[in-house]
Design a protein around this ligand. Structure first.
Ligand SMILES: Cc1ncc(COP(=O)(O)O)c(C=O)c1O
Length: 402
């Protein structure tokens, strides 16, 4: 039994599993082209990227913007969701999903999640609907699609708008349809840690021309396409993407098909292996409706009782020392963030008492959650196996960690 790296032994890996970011001549040339053209702003690249990405995901219109949070705010506002409107959403996501609702004037209403997919539990939506409910804002967490037919049926029955936070879903499909194109609008993030990225960036997709025009307006200071530069109809900040970002994204998009395939393969190897690793449990298998999988990392579950009480944090520390970049995922449901529990930190609004909320599955999922970042899914198969080797090594040596 080899000694744990955390306790002075040799680490399973001394080099990162993969290099990040992924780039080559295409990014370099694309950036230099923009630089030399002098058209750093309002050139052709943003428009080209909007068209290419909408096509890639299967939407009619794309409106590029500064980041995924901005994309959400733009979509929410373009769909007419505003002051006091309740939006049913998930507490197991990055805070941006809720930040966007609140900054648009809405009230996030949380429903519990499914502990083995981490996605919003669709079966809990109807009991959360009130006369003030205007929309449902699901997140396809870590790229795993919700059952959109089921969700859209509930939305239709109650006349609710659906906005998909598809910030983790570049190329992902549900029954052959691009994620982020099934609701009234879908939003994506291209921030540095995302599967395709330009350090910062975002896009709104929609199939509705009016929503696309309104999104453009909210993206661009409230201007109206075709009207004079100093004519504004909406109050909104500047959320424009630069030509440099768009140039990078066009290059990144060109390798998405290959990367999707690679990530699926690595994911499936790790998934099979983790079914047999003591103390660690993979999530539920992907459903058949997930017709193209865009894995934004791999979520796992850690059961402390199967580790003789070794804490998840100590396990993570030991794994990191072995050279494996695993984390505890979201850590806790959003409604437990001080931003929500302390009412003084919220803008004016009729919010529920988030501090007293208790959604059992979300709480359990947060306690047990582990997350391998998406970058490791680009590792070569044998390198990826180091993740499994490290977990087994830590398990065998767990007694030394107390
Ligand atoms: C689910 C989800 N929604 C929205 C965002 C916001 O994207 P950005 O960081 O580009 O603003 C993120 C970013 O991490 C996210 O994970």
């Amino acid at each position: 039994m080899s000694k744990l790296a955390l306790l002075g032994g040799k680490a399973i890996r001394s080099k990162p599993l993969v290099d990040w970011p992924v780039w080559d001549k295409s990014e370099e040339e694309a950036l230099l082209d923009v630089l030399h053209s002098g058209k750093w702003w309002f050139g052709e690249k943003v428009e080209e990227f909007e068209r290419l990405y909408a096509e890639f995901q299967g939407a009619e219109y794309g409106i590029a913007c500064t980041n995924g949070t901005a994309a959400l705010i733009i979509a929410i506002k373009a769909l007419g969701i505003g002051f006091g409107d309740e939006v049913i959403t998930t507490p197991m996501t990055f805070i941006a999903t809720s930040t966007a609702i609140i900054l648009a004037g809405g009230i996030p209403v949380y429903v519990d999640v499914e502990e083995d997919t981490l996605n919003m539990d669709i079966g809990k939506i109807e009991e959360a609907i009130t006369p003030r409910t205007k929309a449902i804002l699901p997140v396809h967490v870590f790229g795993r699609p919700l059952d959109m037919d089921r969700l859209m049926e509930i939305a239709k029955k109650h006349n609710l708008i659906v906005i998909e936070d598809a910030a983790h879903c570049w190329g992902g499909q549900y029954k052959g349809k691009g994620l982020g194109t099934i609701g009234a609008a879908g939003t994506f993030s291209f921030q540095y840690t995302k599967n395709m990225q330009s350090a910062e960036g975002g896009i709104v997709l929609t199939n509705d021309e009016n929503i696309s025009l309104l999104s453009w307006s909210f993206m661009n200071c409230g201007r109206i396409q075709g009207k004079p530069w100093y004519y504004m109809e909406n109050i909104s900040p500047n959320q424009r993407m630069t030509e440099f970002q768009a140039a990078l994204l066009i290059a990144q998009l060109s390798r998405m098909e290959d990367q999707i395939e690679h990530r699926v393969k690595t994911h499936d190897i790790l998934y099979e292996q983790f079914r047999n690793v003591d103390g660690i449990h993979p999530m539920a298998p992907e459903q058949n409706y997930s017709t193209r999988r865009s894995h934004h990392g791999m979520a796992l579950r850690y059961r402390e009782e199967e580790w003789d009480g070794l804490s998840k944090d100590r396990f993570i520390e030991a794994m990191n020392a072995e050279g494996i970049p695993i984390t505890g995922g979201y850590g806790f449901p959003l409604y437990k963030e001080p931003a929500f529990t302390n009412k003084d930190n919220l803008p004016p609004g009729d919010y529920p008492d988030y501090g007293s909320l208790y959604l059992p599955k979300a709480e359990k999922a947060a306690i047990e959650g582990l997350l391998l970042p998406q970058t490791v899914l680009l590792a070569k198969p044998d390198d990826a196996m180091d993740i499994v080797r490290a977990a087994e090594k830590v398990y065998e040596n767990r007694k030394d960690l107390f």
